[in-house]
Design a protein around this ligand. Structure first.
Ligand code: NDP
Length: 457
């Protein structure tokens, strides 16, 4: 049977656009549907605008540090509306670039919400089209808990378009988005309270990273309260009153929930076609990104493997190479480097200490906490943390964790080393770059011994 397209992609975010372009390059006839703007969460209301906000917010610290280097910084002021407008201009530019990339590759665009009628038929903007293969790449959306008064709260989606920034902002959550926005608003001069329901922020990260970052963000003035959650939100004359699990109340000018995200799988006709979904709505896929319906695939946050842009790109690219490029390959989800753009930032790749002990057993640890060179002249008490985890039997470095300025820039390279199964001996044989913080990663020579073991020695 002849179809209108070889591939119909639903969702023009990172995964969908990459898959569309690569499939088209392989000679497939491709169409993509997008109901909002091109670029997806990362470009429109995620990684890109967030990183721009992180840059903006760090200037307050830079102005203070500058004085220790001989500068006299005059009166400074901050214009939120200007930052938002400049950010929006950049997002418009990127949206245009994504459209050009698709058009340049010969991909047909459909603007609107696509719904499946059957495994090969899609309804979009009043048209019905058919495709041999369908790729679902509709991403995810913030999850707002069922708390009385939740309609008064915002998610990260709205945080990018606030008309003004109130003096006091409360953020609920202890994951990526919560710590990143707590740092942003704090750096922009707002009083920030961060409420986290469990023992320590950044669950799933290495314990030392979690503990170190929590200390640093408290030192920067964020009122981080663990074991605390919101039970109700009430509108007041000039803001909101939060009832907390601790029995206290907290008055705030803005309440933002960063309490996780869920896959966007509703109202797409997936049930009609019988696409199998996980409990949280994710499309269940195998290691080829294939759903239970053989011609329907899913990539990115919708498939809920690792919710990171580069992972969606990898999945979309591997799908297109496999199905249209005659080059079957699976995305590799091991040793994926990641960063949290908190202040200071976190870079991480490989196993945490907890995972390494559980999976490998005997591990050696190398840890270093030090004052970054820049702060030898400033009053800042910020410390950098570096940690390497090594398989004691094979000497292979299985985990690297950094908390400090430019952690993402450092850990990207270490990700290559881990991918190449580098050993600690090879790290040690690598010449450092001096003076840099990163050189510490190749000069940590002394195994870390827990204080209780030291005492027993
Ligand atoms: P995360 O899953 O990272 O964190 C969610 C947080 O919300 C956790 O601290 C969780 O607590 C808490 N939480 C969940 N439900 C509730 C509730 N009902 N009440 C109170 N707290 C709750 O999600 P994010 O929203 O921060 O980010 C979503 C994903 O987006 C990330 O996991 C990441 O994959 C991606 N992302 C990546 C970024 C990057 O690469 N720099 C930046 C931003 C997002 P608990 O730990 O107890 O479960």
């Amino acid at each position: 049977m002849a179809y209108d397209y070889d591939l119909f992609v639903i969702g023009a975010g990172s995964g969908g656009v990459r898959a569309s372009r690569i499939a088209a390059t392989h000679g497939a006839s491709v169409a993509v549907a997008e109901e909002y703007r091109y670029g997806g969460t990362c470009v429109i209301r995620g990684c890109v605008p967030k990183k721009l906000f992180v840059y903006a917010s760090h200037f307050s610290e830079d102005f203070k540090d500058a004085e220790s280097f001989g500068w006299t910084v005059g009166d400074v002021s901050f214009d939120w509306a200007k930052l938002v407008a400049n950010k929006d201009r950049e997002i418009d530019r990127l949206n245009g670039i994504y459209i050009n990339l698709l058009e340049g590759a010969g991909v047909r665009r459909y603007d609107g919400r696509a719904r499946l009628k059957d495994a090969h038929t899609i309804e979009i903007a009043g048209e019905t089209v058919s495709a041999e293969h369908i790729l679902l790449a509709t991403g995810g959306a913030p999850t707002m808990p069922d708390v009385p008064g939740i309609e008064h709260a915002i998610s990260s989606n709205e945080a990018f378009h606030l008309e003004s920034l109130p003096e006091h902002i409360t953020i609920v959550g202890g994951g990526y988005i919560a710590v990143e926005f707590a740092g942003i608003f704090n750096g922009l001069g707002r009083k920030v309270t961060q409420l986290y329901r469990s023992e320590q922020i950044l669950r799933g990260f290495d314990w030392d990273v979690r503990h170190h970052l929590a200390g640093e963000i408290r030192n920067k003035g964020i009122d981080l309260r663990t074991e605390t959650n919101v039970t109700a939100i009430e509108k007041t004359a000039d803001g909101y009153r939060l009832s907390l699990t601790t029995g206290e109340t907290l008055d705030t000018g803005l309440i933002m929930f960063a309490t996780g995200r869920h896959p966007n799988s509703s109202d797409m006709g997936l049930e009609t076609v019988g696409v199998e979904l996980a409990e949280n709505g994710a499309v269940k896929v195998d290691e080829w990104s294939q759903s239970n319906i053989p011609n329907i695939y899913a990539v990115g946050d919708l498939s809920d493997r690792i919710a990171l842009t580069p992972v969606a790109l990898m999945e979309g690219h591997a799908f297109a190479d496999t199905v249209f490029g005659g080059n079957p390959r699976k995305p590799n989800h091991t040793d994926v480097p990641a960063a949290v753009f908190s202040q200071p930032s976190v870079g991480t790749v490989g196993l945490t200490e907890e995972q390494a002990r559980a999976e490998i057993g005997e591990v050696d640890m190398y840890k270093s906490t030090f004052t970054p060179m820049k702060h030898t002249l400033t009053p800042s008490e910020e410390k950098t943390l570096m940690k390497l985890i090594v398989d004691a039997k094979t000497d292979r470095v299985v985990g690297c964790h950094v908390v400090g300025p430019d952690a993402a820039e450092m850990v990207q390279g270490i990700g290559i080393a881990l991918r190449c199964n580098a050993t600690k001996a090879q790290f040690d044989a690598t010449v450092g770059i001096h003076p840099s913080a990163a050189e510490e990663l190749v000069t940590m020579r002394t195994k870390w011994t827990p204080p209780e073991a030291q005492a027993a020695e």
